[in-house]
Ligand binder design. Structure first.
Ligand code: SF4
Ligand code: SF4
Length: 512
């Protein structure tokens, strides 16, 4: 005779075996795991609890406990054999998801093959129907391919609710009112770096990050934005910087190097160097380097100094779109007043915001051309305006920021810049370009869950960069730079983390 509800003492014994955080009974967890069967667009399992086990011994103990109590239990890989909808306990004993650069393409192929052989007709019909539907989350066929690519999943012990598939299911369910909005659902939705790795590996190309941003907007409209994000948003409105750094601090690097800056400072100029709040106050070597390079190349440029403010990436990523719109309108007025028709920025987040998020979310097209510094430096180099000396055989690798790479498709410009430096050896990490592992800093994750952010950065450095024995890791984003620098310090990986501008500046031959 099967038990219909799970006695509390049985749940307690599960916790003793696997640890409390690995015994999942919340409605969000049972919802996600209830659809684990292939092609299960409707819930097919009556899940009472899920136990995430970390060893064979734990799995066997859970199975034994259930059988002794007359509770139907199944290991996750055998859920397809459960007939009907009896109440069950699922033991999720799969290994931790890992971005394994060698096995990855094969795993992806195997996953697609298994869909074709065990229900391909339905899946393809579904994919076709969903392609006709423009709502991004609705394309998801719940195949689970993306979960093994999810940036944050390892930090949550690979529990499906916190993986890409689980997050998209919770997003879709909250949007469609299938699940109530709860603290847990909100946490699942916000513990995501919007890196787009799931999207890049999704067969029906579910725009998972778009759907997650959209549900965050819905939560914002109901006043359910996490308080740490609200505080950062308040700082943007108050002082033009999510961290609350006063505007006068933006001039610190300029004051230290007036000879580099003032010679070219104008109130109006054709080119505006948009430094970005994080770059101006926390990675000050970058504007110093870019300013020197622009001066060297004879570029007539200006900056907005204290008046610059924030591009509003954090507001757009976390669903505070009304605030983002007001911020964007002010920003465009300021840029127009500078007389510039070209804006260059060292921040991949600013670049993504101006070129993709403004038009997509706010329906705003910037009335000026926007370049990331990697693109602008490539042009200066192609035009022969920068003369570079020999880098003496230094080995570097390039980290693709998600905002610049996967989201804005700027992959080759920074690489061309590095390759144009004589004597510099560019060595690629195996996970590069569309498949690059995230640094962990984007999408508001840094503000929401700094621990997960840092761990992701450590994984990127240790697993991907350290084996290359490079002197430096180069990137084009201040958040990547800071997060990976903290990661290098914390994990004692002896790799310098630099902005592309710093590497070019170091190679400039003296003539200015
Ligand atoms: S988002 Fe794409 S890869 Fe992930 S479960 Fe859905 S269909 Fe599969
Ligand atoms: S965007 Fe990145 S962190 Fe978010 S669900 Fe997708 S893979 Fe995971």
């Amino acid at each position: 005779m099967l038990t219909l509800t799970l006695p509390a003492e049985v749940v307690d014994s599960f916790k003793q075996i696997a640890g409390s955080s690995n015994v999942l009974t919340d409605v969000e967890d049972t919802f996600v795991y209830s659809r684990h069967k292939l092609n299960s667009i409707q819930p097919t399992l009556n899940v009472q609890a899920v136990v995430r086990t970390g060893s064979q011994t734990q799995t066997q103990e859970i199975m034994r406990t259930c059988r002794k109590e007359g509770i139907l239990v199944t290991q996750i890989e055998a859920v397809d054999q459960v007939i009907g909808r009896p109440p069950i306990v699922i033991v999720d004993d799969r290994p931790q998801p890992q971005l394994d650069p060698v096995a990855e393409p094969m795993a992806h192929m195997m996953s697609l093959m298994s869909q074709v052989t065990t229900g391909g007709v339905l899946n393809h019909a579904l994919a076709l129907c969903l392609k006709l539907d423009s709502r991004p989350a609705s394309k998801c066929a719940e195949c689970n391919t993306c979960s093994s690519y999810c940036t944050v999943a390892p930090s949550f012990n690979g529990i499906e609710t916190w993986s890409a598939k689980g997050r998209i299911m919770v997003t879709r369910a909250v949007t469609g009112n299938t699940l109530p909005i709860s603290q847990k659902a909100t946490d699942v939705i916000f513990n995501c770096s919007l890196c787009g790795l799931c999207f890049a590996n999704c067969l029906p190309a579910s725009e998972t990050h778009d759907a997650i941003r959209a549900v965050r907007h819905r939560l914002a409209l109901q006043g359910l934005t996490p308080s740490s994000i609200e505080a950062a948003a308040g700082n943007i409105t108050r002082v033009g910087d999510p961290s609350g750094t006063p505007p006068t601090n933006r001039l610190r690097w300029m004051k230290q190097t007036p000879e580099l800056y003032t010679r070219r400072q104008r109130t109006k100029a054709r080119v505006l160097y948009w430094i970005g709040c994080t770059v101006a106050t926390r990675t000050e070597n970058t504007p110093r380097a870019i300013t020197r390079i622009l001066n060297y190349g004879g570029v007539d440029f200006t900056t907005l100094g204290e008046k610059e403010g924030c591009c509003g990436y954090l507001l757009l990523a976390t669903g505070l779109w009304e605030k983002a719109k007001a911020n964007a309108e002010q920003l465009i007025e300021k840029v127009e007043a500078s007389g510039a028709d070209t804006l260059i920025t060292s921040c991949s987040g600013c670049y993504y915001t101006f070129t993709k998020l403004f038009p997509k979310i706010l329906n705003i097209d910037t009335p000026f051309d926007v370049f990331h510094t990697s693109q602008y430096l490539r042009n200066l180099l192609r035009d022969g305006l920068l003369h570079l000396g020999n880098a003496g055989g230094k080995r570097v690798t390039y980290h693709d920021p998600c905002s610049l790479g996967r989201h804005a498709r700027v992959y080759e410009d920074p690489r061309e810049v590095l390759k144009r430096i004589p004597g510099l050896r560019l060595v690629e990490m195996q996970l590069n370009r569309t498949r690059a592992r995230c640094c962990g800093g984007g999408g508001g994750l840094w503000t929401i869950n700094n621990k997960v952010s840092l761990q992701t950065g450590i994984d990127r450095l240790k697993a991907d960069a350290a084996p290359l024995k490079v002197n430096s890791l180069v990137t084009g984003c201040p958040i990547c730079q800071l997060n990976l620098r903290f990661a290098a310090l914390r994990s004692r990986v002896p790799i310098k983390v630099l902005d592309l501008g710093e590497v070019v500046e170091n190679a400039l031959l003296k003539n200015d």
